[in-house]
Ligand binder design. Structure first.
Ligand SMILES: NC(=O)c1ccc[n+]([C@@H]2O[C@H](COP(=O)([O-])OP(=O)(O)OC[C@H]3O[C@@H](n4cnc5c(N)ncnc54)[C@H](O)[C@@H]3O)[C@@H](O)[C@H]2O)c1
Length: 410
C-alpha cells in the first residue's frame, strides 16, 4: 500500500526530509504547506513535489493520509493532536511537546485513533547510539548503571542565524528557548542505546551572562534566562544518567554536537569529538572507525541555501560503518542522509510503520520517555535543583490495535 503525505513547515530542515519521503517507494505524493506560502511553493518547485496547500486546516481537510510536522520546536504538541484527530498519521520533528499535558494528549489521541505517531529523533540512529544498542543486545556491558548524553551546541555556531530565519523580527523572544525543553538529542541517545526510562531528576540551570537580549527574561517568550543546564536523573531499576544541554560553550559542535558515554559492570563506551573507545577490564579498543560518518552531500549544495553555513555539517553528515543501509529501499540508499546518517532511517521507519500498521521504534510512548524528563528537569532547575519525580506513560503496547483497548495510566 502506498500513501500520500502533507509536510507542515517549509523552513530550514524539512527540505532534507521531503526529498527522502518523495523518493520512498511507499509514498505516492508529497504536498507542502507553510504560513509563509512562498516557502512552500519554492520547496515544491525545487523538488518537483505534488503541490501546496493554503494552510494546515486545508491540508487536514484533504485526503492526504499522513502529515509530517516541521514547524518551530515549541509548536508541535497541539498540531500533532489536531492532525491525529483529523484522521492523519503523524511524523513530528523533535521535541514531542513542551508540557506533560501536551504529551498526555498525544498519547491519548494515538490510543483512541489507532493511528501512527512517530517522533523523528535523529539520535536514535546516531552511530554511537546504534553501537551501544548492539553492545547491549550482545550483553557486553553487563549491567548498565550509568550513562551520559550531551547536546553541546553553542548559539554562535549557527543558532543566531537559524532563529532569525525562524522568528523574523521577534527572533530574540524565541531564541531563548530553554535548553532542557530540547532534551531529545541527549536523552534519546542515552535511552535509544540502553532502553528503560528515567524516574526522577535534579537539574541546575546556568543563567546567561552574554547580555545581548537573547536569554533575557524580560524579552523571552519562555521567561527563560538559562543558556546551559545539567541534570542528574535516576534510571528505572537503579542507576543514574547525566544530561548536559549547553548553548554557550567553547566546543566545535559542527564536528560533533551529540556525544555519549555508557558504563556497565563489564564494559563501557566513551566518546569525545574525534574519538570513541570501547573498554573492558582488559583494555581499550578504539572504535572511532565504526562510528565516524562521511559527508553525504557537498556543503555548498543548493538544497542548503536557507541553512546557515555553521549548521551545514550536521545536515550533510552521512552513514557510518555501524549503520545498516541494506534495510533501506534502494531509492533511499541512493540519496544523501543527514545528522549522522539518521534521516534515511527515520523516513523509512515512519513509512514502514504507516504502510504496515506497526509501531515505529520511536513511537508516542518512547517519545514521551525522551521528552518529558527534560521538561521536568527544567522545572527542577527553576526550583533550585529540587528533585522531582517524572511520570512514565508505560511501555508501548504490542500493537496500535492493542493500544486502542488500553486504559491510560495516570
Ligand atoms: N536534529 C534534528 O532532529 C533537528 C535539526 C533541526 C531542526 N529540527 C526540528 O525541526 C523543526 C523545524 O526546524 P527548522 O529549523 O526547519 O525551523 P524553521 O523555523 O526554519 O521552519 C519552520 C517553518 O514552519 C512554518 N510554520 C510554523 N507554523 C506553521 C503552521 N501552523 N502551519 C504551516 N507552517 C508553519 C514557519 O513559517 C517556518 O517556515 C523544529 O521543530 C526543530 O526542532 C530537528
Amino acid at each position: 500500500m502506498t500513501f500520500s503525505l502533507g509536510v507542515v513547515g517549509a523552513g530550514q530542515f524539512s527540505g532534507q526530509f521531503t526529498k527522502l519521503f518523495n523518493a520512498h517507494p511507499l509514498v505516492s505524493e508529497v504536498y507542502v504547506t507553510d504560513v509563509l506560502p512562498e516557502r512552500a511553493s519554492a520547496l515544491v518547485e525545487r523538488q518537483q513535489l505534488a503541490g501546496t496547500f493554503a494552510g494546515f486546516e486545508e491540508m487536514l481537510a484533504s485526503d492526504v493520509d499522513a502529515v509530517a510536522i516541521f514547524t518551530q520546536r515549541w509548536t508541535h504538541g497541539p498540531l500533532v493532536v489536531q492532525a491525529l484527530r483529523a484522521g492523519k498519521h503523524v511524523y513530528s520533528a523533535v521535541p514531542m511537546a513542551i508540557s506533560e499535558e501536551e504529551i498526555a494528549a498525544i498519547i491519548e489521541a494515538v490510543r483512541e485513533t489507532g493511528l501512527t505517531y512517530m517522533m523523528g529523533e535523529t539520535s536514535y540512529y546516531n552511530p554511537a547510539t546504534i553501537y551501544a544498542r548492539q553492545q547491549k543486545d550482545a550483553g557486553a556491558f553487563g549491567r548498565i548503571f550509568y550513562a551520559e548524553g550531551d547536546y553541546v551546541h553553542d548559539m554562535d555556531l549557527g543558532f543566531y542565524a537559524a532563529y532569525q530565519y525562524s522568528g523574523g523580527e521577534d527572533w530574540h523572544k524565541t531564541a531563548s528557548y530553554p535548553p532542557m525543553l530540547y532534551p531529545t538529542h541527549s536523552v534519546g541517545g542515552v535511552l535509544g542505546g540502553i532502553g528503560g526510562h528515567l524516574t526522577s531528576v535534579s537539574c541546575i540551570g546556568v543563567r546567561d551572562e552574554r547580555g545581548d537580549g537573547v536569554f533575557d527574561k524580560d524579552v523571552s517568550m519562555f521567561d527563560n534566562d538559562f543558556s546551559n543546564a545539567t541534570a542528574l536523573f535516576e534510571l528505572d531499576g537503579g542507576g543514574s544518567v547525566r544530561i548536559n544541554e549547553f548553548r554557550r560553550v567553547g566546543y566545535p559542535s559542527h564536528l560533533r554536537e551529540s556525544r555519549f558515554r555508557y558504563f556497565g559492570t563489564e564494559g563501557s563506551f566513551e566518546q569525545i569529538v574525534e574519538t570513541a573507545v570501547w573498554q573492558d577490564k582488559e583494555g581499550v579498543t578504539d572504535v572511532s572507525g565504526q562510528i565516524d560518518t562521511l559527508p553525504s552531500l557537498p556543503l555548498d549544495d543548493p538544497s542548503l541555501a536557507d541553512v546557515d553555513p555553521a549548521l551545514r555539517d550536521a545536515f550533510v553528515s552521512g552513514l557510518a560503518p555501524v549503520h545498516d543501509p541494506s534495510r533501506l529501499p534502494e531509492e533511499l540508499r541512493a540519496l544523501p542522509s543527514g545528522h549522522e546518517g539518521s534521516h534515511s532511517f527515520l523516513v523509512d521507519d515512519f513509512v514502514t510503520a504507516v504502510a504496515t500498521g506497526t509501531l515505529p521504534p520511536v513511537n508516542a510512548w518512547e517519545a514521551a520517555r525522551y521528552t518529558l524528563p527534560g521538561i521536568v528537569a527544567h522545572q527542577s532547575a527553576l526550583r533550585g535543583g529540587e528533585r522531582l519525580a517524572i511520570r512514565d506513560f508505560g511501555d508501548a503496547p504490542a500493537s496500535l490495535a492493542a493500544a486502542q483497548g488500553e486504559v491510560v495510566r495516570n
